[in-house]
Write a protein that binds this ligand. Structure first.
Ligand code: 13P
Length: 340
């Protein structure tokens, strides 16, 4: 294991003002996104959409890494440059999602566990050849009104994340470890904090047991936030305080960066929360973003599958990247949303 290389890739992804663009929607997920703008999910439409994202001028100031899906890592720009090469040439690390999705955990009704460990060592070797510098594995933790997640469900997901992270570091690929406590549901922010605490405690205990080097990984957690159907929504400051309290307790200072997922928050809320957390700093780790929907929703809305909207789509992406770059320094305000 080359710890210096792992550290340097991980730190570059979360350098000043920078975060991650999550563009690793699986085929069923990107179809859902395209359905919302009435665009057919053909391979060429998916390629063109991602090309619009990755060729946006100026995003390299704010984006240190892009997470791709398997199909996208094998695709190229119109002029034949592979997306991985294009991103690398712009100083953006290409990464890839390697989990195979969350499936029902046998004998634990309601719990899910991420699959994808079988054959992962071979897939990592291929992805490395294709230019991937980092990878991502997402474990999904649902919250219901009663017994979900179970303690065993949490352990099973933590174990999977740690097995995956060790396989990555074995071949000098930075793992993004993503335990996502979902914000679907009617639970309050307190329940989210309790479950997120249990999850992070289990994840770091398993990572340690698997000899994963904390300095050579990134953590991609959910924010501590009330469920979307909860009548008592917390304020921006409450979310920031609860999230930082939880992470400070459970995330070792050796981890170079925390890159939050947006999880269904609006683009503005996700930026506001990131800003409030950075305004509370300094923190032991970089506090940054790895947003999918919160970066791309305005881009999809501007693009609508029309070539004539490509420039408007790129403008929308650059704006979100800039605003999140400001939020990395605690310098974002909602008023900036209105500025052209
Ligand atoms: P969202 O920001 O849309 O939650 O996506 C991030 C991600 O990569 C989920 O795995």
């Amino acid at each position: 294991m080359n710890i210096d290389e792992l550290k340097s890739v991980a730190s570059a992804i979360v350098a000043k003002q920078k975060g991650v663009l999550a563009a690793d929607e699986s085929s069923p997920t990107i179809k859902k996104r395209f359905d919302s703008i009435k665009v057919e999910s053909t391979e060429e439409n998916r390629r063109r959409y991602r090309e619009i994202l990755f060729t946006t001028d100026g995003i390299e100031r704010y984006i240190g890494g892009v997470i791709l899906f398997d199909e996208t890592l094998r695709q190229s720009t119109r002029d034949g440059t592979s997306f991985a090469k294009l991103l690398s040439s712009r100083g953006i690390a290409p990464g890839i999602k390697v989990d195979k999705g969350a499936k029902a955990l046998a004998l634990y009704p309601g719990d899910k566990v991420a699959e994808g460990l079988d054959g992962l060592r071979d897939r990592l070797a291929e992805y490395k050849q294709l230019g991937a510098k980092f990878v991502k594995w997402r474990a999904v933790i649902e919250i219901d009104e009663r017994d979900v997640p179970s303690a065993f469900g949490i352990r099973a997901n933590a174990h999977g994340l740690a097995r995956y992270a060790a396989l990555c570091q074995e071949v000098d690929i930075v793992p993004i470890v993503e335990p996502e406590v979902l914000m679907d549901g009617a639970h309050g922010i307190e329940r989210c904090e309790t479950v997120t605490s249990q999850v992070l405690e289990a994840v770091f205990s398993e990572l340690d047991a698997h000899r994963v080097v904390f300095d050579g990984m990134l953590l991609k957690p959910n924010m501590v936030i009330a469920g979307m159907k909860c009548a008592r929504q917390a304020s921006v400051q409450q979310v920031a305080e609860a999230t930082m309290r939880c992470l400070t307790r459970y995330v070792p200072a050796a981890v170079p960066g925390i890159v939050f997922l947006s999880g269904g928050q609006s683009a503005e809320d996700a930026t506001d929360h990131l800003n409030a957390m950075n305004a509370m700093g300094p923190h032991p780790w970089q506090v940054s973003f790895s947003y999918g929907r919160a970066l791309q929703a305005p881009v999809l809305a501007a693009w609508k599958g029309q070539e004539s909207n490509a420039a408007a789509a790129q403008k929308a992406l650059l704006k979100r990247c800039q605003l999140n770059g400001l939020a990395r320094d605690g310098k974002y305000t909602r008023a900036m949303e209105k500025a052209e």
